[in-house]
Design a protein around this ligand. Structure first.
Ligand SMILES: [Zn+2]
Length: 82
């Protein structure tokens, strides 16, 4: 009985650690990559990789267009199951 409770505790710990890792991964993905100027403009307004207009991604403080960000994410370690 005590053994079973230990296993349940371990499973709960594992589940919690996994969830926290996934939350941290999403936070890294959504966090702004540049700081907005006090006047509301952005220091970087075009993709740093291909110079494309950042469009709506600018409002998120991103510095790469969707295409370049996607390529970058595919090239790196997969952080979130899709
Ligand atoms: Zn780009």
């Amino acid at each position: 009985m005590a053994q079973e409770a230990d296993n349940l505790d371990r499973a709960a710990d594992l589940t919690r650690a996994l969830a926290e890792a996934q939350i941290a991964a999403v936070r890294r993905q959504v966090k702004p990559e540049q700081v907005q100027n006090p006047d509301g403009t952005w220091p970087i307004v075009a993709c740093i990789e291909c110079d494309a207009d950042l469009g709506q991604r600018l409002a998120l403080g991103k510095i790469r267009c969707v295409t370049c960000q996607d390529l970058r994410e595919r090239g790196g370690v997969r952080q979130w199951p899709r």
